[in-house]
Design a protein around this ligand. Sequence first.
Ligand code: IPM
Ligand code: MN
Length: 371
Amino acid sequence: MKKNIAVIEGDGIGPEVTAQALKVLEAIATEFGHEFQFTKCLMGAVAIDASGTPLPDKTIETCLYSDAILLGAIGHPKYDNDPTASVRPEQGLLKLRKSLQLFANIRPVTTYASLQHLSPLKLKNLQGVDLVIYRELTGGIYFGKKNLSDDGSTASDECIYTKEEILRIAKLAFEKAQQRRKKLTLVDKANVLETSRLWRKTVQELSAQFPDVSVDFLFVDNAAMQLIVNPKQFDVILTENMFGDILSDEASVISGSLGLLPSSSIGNSSALFEPIHGSYPQAAGKDIANPVGAVLSAALMLDYFGLKDEADMVRSSVEWALSHGFVTRDIDDVNYYSTSTIGDLLVNYIDNRKASDINKNNVALSKSTII
Ligand code: IPM
Ligand code: MN
């Protein structure tokens, strides 16, 4: 299979984690006889530095003509700490999502037996957690009209949803629930927000077409608590843009590290794959960031291409690494490996030099131990 993949490394740790995902994709291509053509393009703070705009037209064009997009991370502290900045790296990502109509952001949350001790949650609440968040990505308060009064003392962000916007992602979420444990939870704030009432009404109506899926409704404040006290109850969570942003970061503590979680953003004709973590500027250039979220995003891309065995191979390489202690510092701050070493180990695994062949001592040189 031949695929053109647009690669946006972005800011901070983006280039380092993306490099590992690319290594893994190359290894898969070799192992399974595919051809992946990567085209790098700029977005975010690096694009502002290079061209004054966070999303150059050329990047949109490359993405439009690609089979999929792989993204690292976007964001830079010089903008975070300057609320008056008129051009911001995140505008690039938001504009790309909107331009490509990537309306469904899918964030699976799984647990790894070897990492359960990292979660602040009790073990009994973690075992068997397997949920996926369907976050609406091109509407709501993120994209509503924004206003700051002339005297700078009043600001507003409008939150708008149309029935069509709700229906298109709700359908995908119902279909996913049908393939899973057949439970869908709509998270909203229907006791306060008109948009949430439209979500609830639309999902209630649509549920008639999916009689095998049981639907429940939770207010977002309650859902935030339920995710911590009883995450096992969830199968598919469907929610609007901002609630999904917040709940997916919260849900990452179930896995043990924000660095582990991948996501896919699906539109009518394009799809983008990115870890859910941010650009983590403090770690940039140090070869310490966790590449697993990026690598698992590449696995979701392979799923999207219909390459199930290939995607499974990537996931099993990650499971193998995590369960053998081949982890970055966010997972184990005493015995840890560098970002690039983890990438190399995953490639080794895919190249068939599996667990038993890899002697921990052989990679000891690239391991950092604090004693
Ligand atoms: C995410 C990020 C983005 C968002 C930022 C970088 C604009 O937090 O993908 O979750 O809020 O959607
Ligand atoms: Mn976020």
